[in-house]
Design a protein around this ligand. Sequence first.
Ligand code: SAH
Length: 211
Amino acid sequence: MSIPNRSQQRKDMVSLLERMGISDSRVLQAMGIVERHLFVPEFYRFQQHGDPYGDYPLPIGCDQTISQPFVVAYMLEKMKLIPGEKVLEIGTGSGYVAAVLDEMGVEVFTIEIIPELARRATQALSSRVHLLPGDGYSGWQEKAPFDAIIISCAPTEIPRILIGQLKENGRMILPVGKFSQRLVILKRKDGKIQLKEDLAVRFVPMVKSRK
Ligand code: SAH
């Protein structure tokens, strides 16, 4: 079996993202560096089972998936992130999005509800990334407010508590809906909330913890 050339695969993935319309150089650069294959289970690291750099989601165990590269790039680009900003991600999963955010030079806080995935992501991620095993519906009050909140799983409506954890000029992006979902982009400006519906997407549901 030939060993895949990972850096070439990343270059190809980034060129595809550019052709698909992604232009934020910080996002493209970070996705060109982060080793996506290390965030998928070993079974999927080789092409015969699915290419870790292909533009599709892949299973990561516990019935969850690592998001498709285009959707990751699209969501991060929409947040117009600047190095040094504080970002909360909900739904760490494999840790891939958190790793890209970390590579972009923002301060990353990420929450994962499935203990097994939280444990694995902790091992995969740099110690710079702050990971909280638990339910993201209540956000991370002690670390708030955030410049941006990115939700990697789909609630049926926008969790209000999270809006309260955004800074003035803060942004949030999340998929909303049960069967048919849309990305929603939310901005907090002059104390008011602006909402915009965007792409149709498909994410795993944001679940509520059973207490
Ligand atoms: N960004 C991840 C996507 C993982 S899929 C990646 O690139 O791998 C979404 C994740 O959201 C799953 O791991 C799921 O367990 C998690 N999740 C679902 N509901 C949640 C909640 N209420 N709080 C925190 N995480 C949640």
